[in-house]
Design a protein around this ligand. Structure first.
Ligand SMILES: Cc1ncc(COP(=O)(O)O)c(C=O)c1O
Length: 378
């Protein structure tokens, strides 16, 4: 088995040694370079499997570009902003006016709320889903309609379409969905989009698009010409490993992009992140490499969970939900006490733990700790 793969041998060693995860975690996390961005009181050695980040970080070309961006740090980033916008436009085969750059895609989600919601313009979302659009919508006093997921933990597009009427400002579709990692299929989106009123914006969040392996999936970024009410967001935080640097974008028709751009403060993306983003997009290996590394590790984790007889939601992203059969809140705390951060509780899925995919040795530590905290035959 290659070193990239989730190592079964490592599991065996970890278990045979019966090393307490509390002792294992610090050593492994130091090797993984866990940084200073930790909750108060958590040591440097903490293993971070809580925010769907990419532990491999920016590619070498991006790191080199960050270093050399020192030379342009005293200049405003207009030129780099334009270059990045053009690179994204080329990638999607659209015009630069169809692209808005944000300080992370979260900024774009916030701007979408501002642009398309109001007290009399409601938001339709799945429950549970990524919560940024929901939390920003509260500032606008917009009503949110939460449509529960289907029995197989996917968006209920039929009910979401039915909930969308003339008073709906925006429908948010997260594909793959956070926290479940589930996807919507091409044919499902094809029948959903025409059912949404033309005056309602459909925002499809494709933050985890690069990880998807299922051939029934499609990115709808190529459909913006067909649907004037469609906006698609992407991010450099996940497959590109740049969560701390904050870069994301939206693509859509000019009429939807323009109100977002109007609210973006002058060049919200900084010189260093733009240089890194441009370098990453030029590196043909970064996406396939990180996708392979993280997907292989996820497949390995799923195999271990299934070996234990635990239920796992089929995921197409760099995280997965595991059924624990008990409230996850105390479990999250127990992991934290062992130096491992795992996903928080999602109230509508209170017995499911979301775990982000880290490096193989981090997953070894996670599995060993899980087997202690929630023994299989408990
Ligand atoms: C579905 C989804 N969209 C957007 C984001 C935020 O991405 P960014 O770092 O670009 O703000 C996340 C972060 O976890 C996410 O899960």
């Amino acid at each position: 088995m290659g070193s990239e793969e989730f190592s079964r041998r490592k599991f065996a060693q970890t278990l045979a040694a019966t090393a307490a995860a509390a002792l294992v975690a610090p050593r492994l996390a130091r090797a993984a370079g866990a940084g200073a961005m930790l909750p108060d009181g958590m040591p440097e050695s903490t293993i971070q499997l809580n925010s769907n980040e990419n532990p491999y970080g920016p590619c070498p070309a991006a790191l080199a570009a960050i270093q050399s961006s020192e030379a342009i740090a005293c200049r405003y980033p207009d030129g780099a902003h334009k270059k990045m916008t053009e690179a994204i436009a080329r990638l999607h085969g659209i015009a630069p006016e169809n692209v808005a750059l944000g300080c992370g895609s979260t900024q774009i989600l916030d701007l979408c709320d501002f642009a398309f919601l109001a007290p009399d313009k409601k938001l339709v979302v799945a429950e549970p889903t990524f919560e940024a659009v929901l939390s920003y919508s509260k500032n606008l006093h917009a009503r949110a309609v939460k449509v529960p997921l289907t029995a197989d933990f996917r968006h209920d597009l039929g009910k979401m379409a039915a909930a969308s009427d003339a008073t709906t400002g925006m429908v948010y579709v997260c594909n793959p969905n956070n926290p479940t990692g589930t996807i919507l299929y091409k044919n499902e989106l094809e029948s959903f989009l025409p059912r949404v009123p033309k005056g309602t914006v459909v925002l499809v969040d494709e933050a985890y698009f690069h990880f998807v392996e299922d051939s029934r999936y499609v990115s709808v970024a190529s459909w913006i010409g067909r649907y004037p009410n469609l906006l698609v967001t992407r991010t450099f935080s996940k497959v590109y490993g740049m969560a701390g640097m904050r870069l994301g974008y939206a693509v859509g028709q000019k009429e939807l992009i323009a109100p977002l751009r109007e609210r973006i403060s002058f060049a919200s993306a900084n010189s260093a992140v733009l240089a890194a983003g441009i370098a990453s997009m030029k590196d043909p290996d970064v996406v396939p490499r990180n996708r392979r590394l993280l997907n292989n590790t996820r497949h390995g984790l799923v195999r271990e969970m299934e070996k234990d007889g635990r239920k796992v939601i089929p995921s197409e992203a760099n995280f997965v939900m595991i059924y624990l059969g008990r409230d996850v809140e105390p479990v999250v705390k127990a992991f934290r006490a062992r130096g491992i951060l795992v996903g928080r509780k999602f109230p509508s899925m209170s017995e499911w733990l979301r775990i982000s995919i880290g490096k193989p040795e981090e997953m070894d530590a996670f599995v060993a700790a899980l087997r202690e905290i929630v023994p299989v035959h408990a």
